[in-house]
Design a protein around this ligand. Structure first.
Ligand code: C2E
Ligand code: MG
Ligand code: MG
Length: 400
């Protein structure tokens, strides 16, 4: 990242420049300032900035002239425009910048709010990281997304923690940046209508993996994450079911995880889709339970096959007696409502033992295994099968 952190701020007002500097430096940028055209030329040539924040309206310079100047210099750095002019003027200047071939990534209306400035600077980081809408579109076209698999284990087994399934977690295999984690791009995909095609790629890869396992005699279920946006797509259950049947796979082998937030946003539509998934024998887990504000009283009417307790509920168990009381009560209540519980984010054997002692059935966490590529996960499963351990599918069937 440090290669991409040279920000040039061009503004005639020293107070504005120092505000920009404070915020940008806190976000890891090295900041150079220019207060007029002459300074701009010298500073630009000396520092070769990787991002430019430009005030459109300065007394001795015409901002549009400056944009043309940047274009003439072959500037590839992303540009943030700021101005006290009305929005139309700024957006016209932005369009003009694009016509000059410049990368215009954000506009700021003066007076500039710190949060808006932070947002604009964050897009500089993401741009540098290749996480842009255009980058996502390209990655979708080239199918650069793959699932990593994290084991899900039985906490109540007599002997050890046998693998009973896994979760598919998306990874973007970027040609120059390497692996990009979902936290960096899922929300960008969601807000640009790209989450559908992205999930489709993951779904296909997951089903291909299930098919490979099936051929090798392993029938472990895989859970995939479905975003809030997709819970309004009424065709989803049919699409998933037909992909499974086309592959000749039992629909019990695929489960869907939806977040608590998504389920509660439009409960009627969620209930509709979830019910149809269940009718097609596709299990539905409620992900991230405990990270939001809904209570079991609101959730228990949804046709859920499992509750996944968020890491935030689990991580304090070792040192906080109150956290233990809360989790124990929640596990008991979930069981009384007929919902199995999977605890997420288990990193220590103390946590695992505590959860086992209060009857929590399933678990996921670095203690049992990090998310790994398909080949590595298959090896893990085969090693377990070789060791004579029984692999038990979520519905209780013995499968290996
Ligand atoms: P999630 O579905 O709750 O997945 C669990 C996340 O916790 C994963 O992060 C996993 O690597 C991490 N994790 C598991 N065990 C531990 C542990 O013991 N300690 C710690 N510190 N972390 C642990 P990851 O892979 O970065 O995924 C983050 C989130 O991105 C997921 O949270 C899920 O909400 C979303 N996501 C991942 N793949 C997809 C996808 O294909 N589609 C959609 N819509 N969202 C996805
Ligand atoms: Mg999940
Ligand atoms: Mg979760």
């Amino acid at each position: 990242m440090s290669d991409h952190n040279r920000l040039l701020v061009v503004d005639d007002e020293p107070e504005m420049r120092s505000m920009y500097r404070d915020v940008a430096e806190e976000m890891g940028f090295r900041v150079e300032e220019a207060g007029n055209q002459a300074e701009f030329v010298v500073t630009y040539d000396k520092h070769d900035p990787t991002a430019v924040l430009l005030d459109l309206t300065m007394p001795d310079i015409d901002g549009v002239e400056l944009l043309r100047d940047l274009a003439d210099r072959g500037c590839a750095a992303p540009i943030i425009l700021a101005s006290g002019q009305d929005e139309r003027v700024i957006s016209t200047a932005q369009r003009l910048g694009r016509m000059f071939g410049l990368t215009m990534i954000a506009v700021l209306q003066k007076p500039v709010a710190v949060s808006a400035l932070e947002g604009a600077l964050r897009s500089v980081w993401l741009e540098a990281a290749g996480v842009t809408v255009a980058g996502l579109e390209k990655a979708i076209a080239m199918e650069r997304f793959v699932p990593y698999f994290q084991p899900k284990v039985d906490l109540q087994a007599k002997d050890g923690f046998p693998i009973i399934g896994c979760e598919a977690l998306i990874r973007w295999m970027h040609p120059t940046r390497g692996i990009i984690m979902p936290g960096e791009f899922i929300s960008l995909a969601e807000s640009n209508d790209l989450i559908g095609p992205m999930t489709e790629i993951l779904l296909r890869a997951t089903i291909a993996e299930l098919t490979t396992w099936h051929r090798r005699g392993i029938s472990l279920p895989i859970s995939i994450n479905i975003s809030a946006k997709q819970l309004t797509d009424l065709t989803l259950p049919d699409r998933i079911a037909s992909m499974l049947s086309d592959a000749g796979l039992d629909s019990k082998l695929l489960a869907v995880e939806i977040t608590e937030q998504a389920a509660m946003a439009d409960t009627r539509k969620a209930a509709d889709i979830l019910t149809r998934l269940r009718l097609k024998n596709i299990a539905v887990s409620l992900d991230d339970f405990g990270a939001g504000y809904s209570s079991l009283a609101e959730i228990y009417r949804l046709p859920l096959s499992e509750l996944k307790f968020d890491r935030s509920l689990i991580m304090d168990l070792d040192h906080d007696p109150d956290a233990r009381t809360v989790v124990k009560a929640l596990v008991t209540l979930a069981h009384q409502l007929g919902m199995p519980v999977c605890a997420e984010g288990i990193e220590t054997s103390e946590t695992a033992e505590y959860l086992r002692s209060i009857g929590c059935g399933r678990a996921q966490g670095f203690l049992f295994g990090k998310p790994v590529p398909a080949e590595d996960f298959l090896e893990l499963v085969l090693a377990q099968a070789m060791a004579g351990a029984k692999i038990v599918a979520l519905d209780g069937r013995l499968t290996a």
